[in-house]
Design a protein around this ligand. Structure first.
Ligand code: NAP
Length: 350
């Protein structure tokens, strides 16, 4: 049984706590921490054994800081689900403590911070960190990658992707379309083709009338992979009708695409239809479950994590920064990465 400490018990932190304590096997939530200590106490009180004070053996400890949680000997592994700019300090502290750490995306909010994490992990000589790019665990994406990698329909030439969100809050900015939404498509492209993104161009189509003033919604990103494969990503944040994720890879001798994610198709007079997922939690619920179960199984076996690495987190952040530069310049901008350390050289992307 792995005792997990959770730093940041907001929306996704609470969803992962539910997953760890009610859906998956082999883990229990042993400690929580949040800048809002009332929220941390209330989340702990709702868990089996909750309500105990910091350091308590059998209960759920509530720590004042993430650093105290990481230092707690009762915590075997750390889950970081706090606000992005806080990730660096917690991931570095977990590496320093020699504890496996699962960090929700982004690994860190600047490429310099990601690079510092890469250096710290490389210095330990082993992988301790996994980054939360859950699409790699989605059954449909995995099936698509298997076909592409198997080569049965020839070499890949193009990928068409769409990321359609029903709506976003008024504070959502054009930069967030790249950093918070398209970042998942950026990770998928690197993982799907096992290669880096060489350059990014960003186009601004006609603005959706529902977009807040100043929000460039939708955006169209064009990612050129190092092999020359081109990936276009439509990011629509006010699609209204639901959460719709599309993907199609065009190869020399055929195509492979994601199927509809809804369960049952209903046919009635004059037409047929099915449910569109309401949001990312519904669309990727099983992917999140698989992502965490595989992470738990790996660390329970005393092995290094095999999922998205610090390098993947670093490359995603650099590519997003390049996308922001392309959004402002209107030109194709090159993605400039540091040399990949040997620790991450087992595959072009881990
Ligand atoms: P959220 O609801 O705002 O939750 C973040 C929580 O962390 C809040 O309770 C926040 O408290 C707390 N927090 C802020 N600073 C902290 C600190 N220094 N120490 C401990 N706790 C702190 O945000 P969220 O939507 O859950 O997102 C959390 C992370 O998950 C983000 O990095 C986000 O990008 C990522 N995420 C990933 C996915 C995915 O698809 N993989 C989806 C959603 C979110 P306050 O509210 O008081 O600030």
């Amino acid at each position: 049984m792995i005792n997990v400490g959770v730093i940041g018990v907001g929306m996704i932190g609470q969803d992962h706590i539910r997953r760890l304590s009610q859906v998956l096997s082999g883990a229990r939530v042993a400690a929580v921490s949040d800048v809002d200590s009332d929220r941390a106490r209330s989340v702990a009180a709702g868990l089996p054994g909750g309500g105990a004070g910091a350091g308590a053996g059998a209960g759920v400890a509530v720590h004042d800081t993430g650093e105290a949680l990481i230092a707690d000997p009762a915590v075997d592994a750390v889950l970081v689900t706090s606000w992005g700019p806080t990730h660096e300090a917690y991931v570095l502290a977990a590496i320093d403590a020699g504890k496996p750490v699962f960090c929700e995306k982004p690994l860190a909010s600047t490429q310099e911070a990601c690079s510092r994490i890469v250096d710290a992990e490389v210095a330990t000589g082993r992988r301790l960190v996994q980054v939360g790019f859950m699409r790699r665990y989605d059954a449909q994406y995995r099936a698509m990658k298997e076909v592409v990698a198997g080569g049965s329909i020839g070499a890949p030439l193009l990928m068409h992707a769409a990321h359609r969100n029903p709506s976003v809050p008024p504070h959502f900015t054009s930069d967030m379309i790249i950093n918070d939404s398209a970042v998942h498509d950026i990770d998928v492209a690197r993982w799907m083709f096992d290669e880096e993104i060489a350059s990014v161009t960003v186009f601004k189509p006609r603005q959706n009338r529902k977009a807040a003033p100043g929000l460039n919604d939708p955006l169209l990103l064009l990612l050129r992979m190092t092999s020359g494969v081109l990936v276009d990503v439509e990011a629509s944040l006010n699609a209204s009708f639901g959460y719709d994720i599309r993907g199609e890879v065009v190869c020399e001798d055929g195509t492979v695409e994601l199927s509809e994610s809804a369960g049952a198709v209903v046919k009635r007079t004059g037409g047929y239809g099915a449910r569109v997922p309401a949001d990312w939690r519904e669309r990727f619920a099983r992917a999140f479950d698989t992502e965490f179960q595989e992470w738990l199984d790996t660390i329970t076996a005393g092995l290094e994590p095999t999922g998205p690495s610090c390098w993947d987190g670093y490359a995603a952040t650099v590519t997003c920064d390049t996308g922001l530069a392309a959004l402002r310049s209107g030109a194709s901008e090159p993605v400039v990465l540091r040399d990949r350390p040997d620790l991450y050289k087992t595959a072009a992307t881990s």
